[in-house]
Design a protein around this ligand. Structure first.
Ligand SMILES: Cc1cc2nc3c(=O)[nH]c(=O)nc-3n(C[C@H](O)[C@H](O)[C@H](O)COP(=O)(O)O)c2cc1C
Length: 162
């Protein structure tokens, strides 16, 4: 799959095959996150990897739309210190999801609405937060329905000013 196809065909998927992600595939995903650019190359993100079902279940209780977390093969929490930027976290997260997609692994970003809960479950040090969690897994036997449409380009793009 070329880069453009990978980017435009990525859809967030919330159900997964009951199949583990091999260590080399997980390594590629994390490596893709690591290589994201960040403001002043600060690289403040840390990636907490959860594979244990009980721990994933606990983390699911920290968000409002998290029903798919426990069945994901791997969950990666992107953790930032106070001064870390959400934009940087987003770049790392998207890198991981696109690298996974290129390897046939589906994913979905998940918000942690209760940050205290996420901090406690992940055992984070003081002053850290979780801008996003990503659920990864192999696609289910029945592929998901096509995604919601996107805003047409004509509506999005303004040329020469607003
Ligand atoms: C910052 C962010 C937070 C999100 N949080 C959740 C979430 O908590 N639960 C969830 O199921 N999906 C979550 N999503 C996924 C969005 O619902 C998804 O990107 C959007 O509906 C487009 O889906 P599609 O790519 O499958 O068309 C989140 C996405 C982003 C970018």
């Amino acid at each position: 799959m070329d880069a453009y196809t990978c980017i435009i065909s990525k859809r967030d998927t919330r159900s997964y095959a009951d199949k583990p992600i091999p260590p080399d595939a997980l390594h590629r995903i994390l490596q893709a996150g690591r290589m994201a650019g960040s403001a002043k190359n600060s690289q403040l993100w840390r990636f907490v990897v959860l594979e244990d079902r009980e721990r994933k279940q606990e983390l699911a209780s920290c968000g409002q739309y998290t029903a798919h977390i426990p069945s994901a093969a791997v969950v990666v929490a992107v953790v930032m210190p106070k001064e870390g930027r959400d934009f940087d976290a987003g770049r790392a997260a998207q890198n991981m999801m696109l690298a996974a997609h290129a390897d046939g692994i589906v994913s979905c970003p998940v918000s942690m609405h209760d940050q205290d809960c996420a901090r406690r479950v992940l055992g984070l040090p003081e002053g850290h937060r979780v801008p996003i969690v990503i659920a990864f897994g192999f696609p289910p036997a029945t592929p998901r329905a096509p995604g919601v449409p996107r805003v047409p380009l004509e509506e999005l793009v303004r040329r020469g000013g607003w």
